[in-house]
Ligand binder design. Sequence first.
Ligand SMILES: C[S@@+](CC[C@H](N)C(=O)[O-])C[C@H]1O[C@@H](n2cnc3c(N)ncnc32)[C@H](O)[C@@H]1O
Length: 277
Amino acid sequence: MCKSIDQIEDYKLSNQGKNAEASIAQSLTSLLFYNSMKTKITSPYAKITAARLASIALICAGALSGLFTEAKATPAETSADCPLHIGRPGYHRRFDDAEKWVKKFDDPARLIWQKPEDVIEALKIQAGDKVADVGAGTGYFSLRIAKDYPSVTVYAADIEPSMIAYLKKQAKAKALPNHKALKIDAHRATLPEVDLVLVVDTYHHIDNRISYFADLKKRLSPKGRVAIIDFTAESPEGPPPEHRLKKESVVVEMNKAGYSLDQDLALLPYQYFLIFK
Ligand SMILES: C[S@@+](CC[C@H](N)C(=O)[O-])C[C@H]1O[C@@H](n2cnc3c(N)ncnc32)[C@H](O)[C@@H]1O
């Protein structure tokens, strides 16, 4: 469903021309009808002419109102016609084979556009912080953060048991006791209190995002922030275009969930990087 006020406003704007044409047509038919009534009925011939003019005017009015019914229709409600996709369900696909996905997620070529160390620096994590990586996958960010900040506890949260098993193995192999893998529910991030939640390429997979993030807000410390990184429509990487969410949609949804945008970082070539408070 189209739920965004902006979308409805856009729709109205694009239909302003049609509505103007409809009202001009209505004025013309009214004028025609008025003139036909004004005709002096002094002879049988004139009576017939007046009656004809009146009928023509009525027929025109009916036809024109039918013609312009479309212009008065309510905004389209299919997602294809709703460019902002506010409240659209998440993109459901399984990530149930960590060994397969690690080849893609940890592909060295990703370093060029994902810039993990620049992202981590921009997050301004403080010593002693608690950080959750929601949709951690193979730990692309969570393992790096745990390594860079030994005093920080990192909860690598994911819904896939295979990812959780992989994350546990990696933390052990890399001797990172501050990295904790956490199996969470797809509809509720059951986290301990944290100072920062990082959501990379995962926001578009989540259903009912407004209630999901409103609930997650209860798990943030007073200085808590949520950083969302996801693919733009133009990116050559990322999910199929119909599953991408515009940056504006994320901002609208997060506002509805009780957050305000703190930073909009133009750091990554293929993704937006937003930090909410
Ligand atoms: C595209 S991967 C991104 C992984 C990682 N953040 C990265 O940047 O490499 C998306 C991950 O989100 C997880 N995921 C999907 N839906 C989720 C949800 N509702 N809550 C938490 N994680 C979810 C998937 O299992 C998968 O591991």
